[in-house]
Ligand binder design. Structure first.
Ligand SMILES: NC(=O)c1ccc[n+]([C@@H]2O[C@H](COP(=O)([O-])OP(=O)(O)OC[C@H]3O[C@@H](n4cnc5c(N)ncnc54)[C@H](O)[C@@H]3O)[C@@H](O)[C@H]2O)c1
Ligand SMILES: [Zn+2]
Length: 366
């Protein structure tokens, strides 16, 4: 078991990861948040509840009120949020209530947002159940929902009181979800942690085989990386932008394929390959380093093939909300274990990188 501290100007809390946390959740929550209030809510999805509800309930003497969100981005919406808020009022929720977000990144983002606005804000706990949610979305306090106009356009910063990432729950996660989430760990290694890159290279079989020690090591290192970045730049004014390595092109791929063909991490995997190409051209990394990292991405693949045309993809990057004030901010690795943001990426560079990536992505890596 490992505990990682998030310590920002607005919140201080622990992220705990390891085996067997779920069965003792109530005690663990009381240890950080004090005696459980009159109303405790658990937001989850029907499939997660069917798999893990019994273990979840084991440690509670009074079972929390269960609220359900159907799986899929199309339920991460304002109408979905309103429905949950009204259910909470009907069930007697008040300012002292506590909410537990028990699910993947969608449940975590919606649960965090509901907690941020219910009665002007109540406390909540993240219990992430996907790899991606454990290493990424549950840490850092970003919450929110989609609008018909685009993803994650509404939200707030609202940190949980604690995060409990039980790696046992990954046992039921589909392989593709696991591999997709692992792309964020590769990202973590590339931008901040060389030893994580090396570990993932040397122990790919154990990690992909879900060997608990190997998983815990990768998860804890990824969380540590994210926490250290968030601790220094809570509101994404500077350093936190490096977490977007691979995401400019990754988001464009997701948008151009209408969020249907690829999982988020898979799109980020391709996006990182484009970023590595630019970095190599700018001599920010060597050819050998670029080849090594690209290989690592494929080891944790397969990344689905893409049948997209470069102009469409380049147009989609322009719409990326992360490009502030028209400046094309782009994250580039600097060697292995460091990264920076450049603001002078040219269209020609982007075109070359996207063409290179698409030439690879047309041949399936399955
Ligand atoms: N807030 C942030 O900082 C942040 C960061 C990254 C991503 N996100 C958001 O996270 C969301 C994606 O999260 P995700 O990848 O976890 O997807 P998800 O929440 O859609 O979960 C993926 C699927 O796995 C199922 N599932 C979850 N846990 C399971 C388990 N233990 N066993 C079996 N099945 C399980 C879910 O029901 C779902 O069908 C996106 O909406 C994204 O915008 C937020
Ligand atoms: Zn991501």
């Amino acid at each position: 078991m490992q505990t990682i501290r998030v310590d920002t100007p607005s919140a201080k809390y622990d992220v705990v990861t390891g085996s067997g946390l779920l069965g003792s959740l109530a005690t663990r929550i009381e240890r950080v948040a004090g005696k459980l209030p009159r109303r405790v809510f658990v937001l989850t999805s029907p499939e997660i509840w069917a798999l893990w509800g019994d273990v979840f309930l084991k440690s509670f003497s009074d079972p929390p009120v269960a609220l359900f969100l159907s799986p899929g981005e199309k339920h991460k919406t304002m109408p979905g949020v309103e429905k949950l808020l009204r259910q909470m009022v009907a069930a007697g929720g008040d300012r002292g209530s506590l909410l537990i977000a028990f699910g993947g990144g969608i449940v975590g983002d919606v649960g965090g947002f509901v907690a941020a606005i219910f009665m002007r804000g109540i406390r909540y706990i993240q219990v992430p159940t996907t790899f991606l949610a454990q290493v990424d979305s549950s840490v850092g306090g970003k919450t929110g929902v989609n609008l018909p106009e685009g993803k994650n356009l509404v939200g707030s910063f609202h940190h949980p009181a604690a995060v409990f990432a039980d790696i046992d729950m990954l046992g039921t996660l589909p392989d593709r979800e696991l591999r997709s989430g692992l792309m964020e760990s590769i990202k973590a290694g590339i931008i901040r942690d060389r030893s994580l890159v090396r570990f993932m290279e040397e122990h790919a079989d154990e990690v992909l085989g879900r060997e608990p020690k190997a998983l815990e090591k990768v998860i804890a290192a990824s969380i540590r990386m994210k926490a250290s970045v968030v601790n220094r730049d809570e509101r994404e004014n500077g350093l936190r932008m490096i977490l977007n390595l691979g995401h400019t092109v990754g988001h464009a791929i997701e948008q151009a394929t209408r969020y249907k063909a690829l999982l988020h991490g898979e799109a980020v995997g391709w996006g990182m390959i484009a970023a590595l190409y630019v970095a190599h051209r700018r001599r920010s990394i060597t050819g050998a380093q670029a080849a090594r990292l690209e290989n690592l991405i494929h080891v944790y693949g397969p990344l689905p093939s893409l049948k997209l045309r470069a102009p469409k993809l380049i147009a989609a990057t322009g719409a990326d909300k992360k490009n502030v004030g028209g400046v094309r901010r782009f994250v580039l690795p600097i060697g292995i274990g460091n990264a920076g943001v450049v603001e002078d990426l040219t269209t020609a560079e982007l075109k070359a990188a996207v063409s290179y990536m698409l030439s690879q992505a047309r041949v399936s890596h399955a």
